[in-house]
Design a binder for this molecule. Structure first.
Ligand code: GLA
Length: 405
């Protein structure tokens, strides 16, 4: 009798534990290559509405960005209205009068996916309702709306452990049952690369980006960082990156005021580093030169390479840095970055450098004919039998794909 009386509660507890374990995971199979898309923050900040999102989705299709691989249309901060008496979040009714479900349907109708933004705290960075205490409810709401991507920020996080807060939202998303990419935006503060492989599909490694080559802009309690400042903060992180769990160097600033050489270098660096490629400019009005940069297949294919091994810097010489990234099928991506403000005449003799990677167990192998190379930006071709000779402009890169000859 006694045993019988205690059976149901025990079974219940066991069932609950099994249920909890079943949800203690992220959705697998998402972001097998770094996520590609667009986000409203860099250009529009809080000045967003459903018209902008629809027009951006239209532009992504019409201008060939979708065909080039950009997939997610992500709404950042400030989409929120208030919570109702039951705690359910709704979008701002003036800015999103048709509601999020209708917007998701529209974006899906274009063959694209819709992303949304929330925060671990009670309030977001823009002082809108965050998900603290509403994680499961919000994840369920997003799933009902048809959301495909959740960026989860770290403002108002006092007293929270990052690992705990992000795992809670991961579990909430998983139990909501709709596959959603989980993009952790914790700015690298608690070294998420060390603990978040099974939590997020990507994690920000730094504070916010700024559209400059090498500046740091002080905002009081935090500062934003130019392209090189962010690159320099990636030292030692490549071992933590791989399919489904990427180091996120923040959204792109291509088309946001840097020179075209800087824009090309920025996209090249983010591609070599396997960072998510999330556009931040106004796609509806970008010049053709920007569109061409953003849709360069030779560059994007380096970022989207199936092997998913992040580049490493194997050499610096004055203002020049040399980076290599092993690609699938025995190929390599090879980048020379000129950080400096002067053009440099580059002469690189392939035979004088041993480029081998302990992480992937691969080496640039010059035996048996070496490699043919093709410049991802100019289409120029050559091979490794002769030294590489280039005039490399200030703040620019040479980016090559090496294929066994
Ligand atoms: C933080 C994030 C940014 C952006 C803003 C929105 O600064 O790092 O990417 O989402 O909040 O308020």
């Amino acid at each position: 009798m006694t045993i019988k009386r205690w059976m149901p509660p025990l079974m219940l507890v066991a069932g609950m534990l099994a249920g909890a374990n079943a949800s203690a995971q992220k959705f697998d199979g998402l972001a097998a290559t770094p996520q590609m898309g667009w986000n409203s923050w860099n250009k529009f900040a809080c000045n967003i509405d459903e018209k902008l999102i629809r027009e951006t989705a239209d532009a992504m299709v019409k201008l060939g960005l979708k065909d080039a691989g950009y997939e997610y249309v992500n709404i950042d901060d400030c989409w929120h209205g208030e919570r109702d008496k039951d705690g359910n979040i709704a979008p701002n009714a003036q800015r999103f009068p048709s509601g999020m479900k209708a917007l998701a349907d529209y974006v899906h109708g274009k063959g694209l996916k819709l992303g949304i933004y929330s925060d671990v705290g009670a309030t977001t960075c823009g002082h809108h309702p965050g998900s603290r205490g509403h994680e499961y409810q919000d994840a369920l709401t997003y799933a009902r709306w048809g959301i495909d991507y959740v960026k989860y920020d770290w403002c108002d996080s006092k007293g929270l452990s990052a690992a705990g807060a992000y795992a809670t939202m991961r579990d909430a998303i998983h139990s909501a049952g709709r596959p959603m990419v989980f993009s952790m935006c914790e700015w690298g503060e608690s070294k998420p690369w060390e603990w978040a492989k099974d939590v997020g599909h990507s994690w920000r490694t730094t504070g916010d980006i700024y559209a400059c080559w090498d500046c740091e802009v002080n905002h009081g309690s935090w500062s934003s960082l130019g392209v090189l400042r962010i690159l320099d903060k990636q030292a030692g992180l490549r071992v933590f990156s791989g399919p489904g769990h990427w180091n996120d160097m923040d959204m792109l600033e291509v088309g946001m005021g840097m020179t075209e050489d800087e824009d090309r270098a920025h996209l090249s660096i983010w591609s070599m580093m396997d960072s998510p490629l999330i556009l931040g400019n106004d796609l509806r009005s970008m010049p053709e030169s920007t569109r061409k940069i953003l849709t360069n297949r030779a560059v994007l294919s380096i970022n989207q390479d199936k092997l998913g091994v992040q580049a490493w810097r194997f050499l610096n010489e004055g203002p020049l840095e040399y980076w290599a990234k092993p690609l699938a099928n025995g190929e390599w991506a090879f980048m020379v970055l000129n950080r400096g403000a002067q053009a440099v005449k580059l002469g690189y003799d392939w035979r004088q450098h041993d480029v081998s990677d302990d992480l992937s167990n691969r080496a640039i192998d010059l035996s048996k004919g070496g490699y043919k190379w093709r410049d991802a930006w100019t289409g120029k071709q050559g091979d490794t039998s002769k030294p590489l000779e280039f005039n490399i402009a200030a703040h620019s890169v040479v980016l090559l794909r090496l294929t066994k000859g």
